[in-house]
Design a binder for this molecule. Structure first.
Ligand SMILES: [Zn+2]
Length: 292
């Protein structure tokens, strides 16, 4: 799933390639991906892309004041195409292609564009056409952006204060902090040497400061690594940069302990016992059920 660093990189990638170009047309292949009907998606045709920005994990293409807002969700991705002029019309219901955005041909006659794809059977990729991106419900509800200057240690202290929830879930909650998902919350907690099950309200001032440092450093490093990469190379870069997420069974590169996993109904988390939980493995309900 693309999280803040990947979406930030896609934002820069699209800004370089799409700004200044007119939209030739948008093909919505997966009709359930389109969440708005007024203004119609066809009204983007002929408008020029004037800016690309990010809100949390949302991509926002400003097209002469009308916005195409994209949320890639869990299994969505963006694929840049240098020339779509020969692309075949797409039939709904076949393959991962959800939306195709065609840009006007350049001087060389190439008609570039991009495609939004979504793998798997759970279709959550979402596209909105709106005059005001702040009216997209997921954007309206976003918490502060961890890369914004206003995201200070004090701000984080206010966020965790009084919250009787586990820190892992709190970090992933887009209404609390924007842009962090399952992968980077694992990475942040490993960097902060903190148990994912720690109750937010119990953090000391020093731990809040460590967590703040871990959030900002982890995300900035990932943004830097992803900067300037082509959309197609982002997934591999994200994977190679992760130190604990999806690395259960491998040695921790800080202490050498074996990275462990806790599984839930539809996700899992990874952590290093020595770095994060005083050497004690966390209870894994799935595992204990298997052992009964
Ligand atoms: Zn470790």
């Amino acid at each position: 799933m693309p999280e803040l660093p990947e979406v930030e990189s896609l934002t820069g990638f699209l800004r370089e390639r799409a700004v200044g170009r007119a939209i030739a047309g948008i093909d919505v292949v997966a009709i359930q991906a389109l969440k708005t009907f007024d203004p119609p998606v066809t009204s983007l045709g002929g408008l020029t892309v004037t800016g690309v920005s990010r809100h949390g994990k949302f991509l926002d293409l400003d097209c002469d004041g009308l916005h195409l807002v994209i949320h890639l969700a869990r299994a969505g991705w963006l694929r840049w195409r240098d020339d779509l002029s020969g692309a075949k019309p797409v039939r709904p219901g076949k393959g991962p292609l959800a939306v195709r955005v065609r840009l006007a041909p350049d001087d060389e006659g190439l008609a570039p564009g991009f495609e939004l794809t979504e793998a798997g059977t759970q279709k959550r990729l979402a596209v909105y056409v709106t005059k005001n991106p702040d009216e997209v419900p997921g954007i309206a509800a976003l918490g502060p952006d961890p890369l914004a200057e206003s995201f200070t240690v004090e701000a984080l202290k206010r966020i965790v204060g009084g919250k009787r929830t586990q820190i892992k879930g709190l970090l992933r909650d887009q209404k609390v902090i924007a842009g962090i998902g399952n992968a980077y919350s694992d990475e942040v907690l490993h960097a902060a040497k903190m148990s994912p099950f720690k109750i937010a309200a119990t953090l000391t001032d020093a731990q809040v400061a460590d967590l703040h440092e871990a959030i900002v450093t982890t995300l900035r490093d990932a943004v830097e690594r992803a900067h300037g990469l082509a959309a197609k190379d982002l997934k591999a870069e994200k994977k190679s940069g992760l130190r604990v997420h999806n690395r259960a069974g491998q040695p921790c590169d800080v202490c050498g302990d074996t990275i462990r996993e806790v599984s839930f109904a539809d996700s899992s988390l990874q952590y290093c016992p020595t770095c994060q939980t005083g050497g004690k493995p966390l209870a894994d309900r799935r595992l204990s059920r298997l052992l009964k």
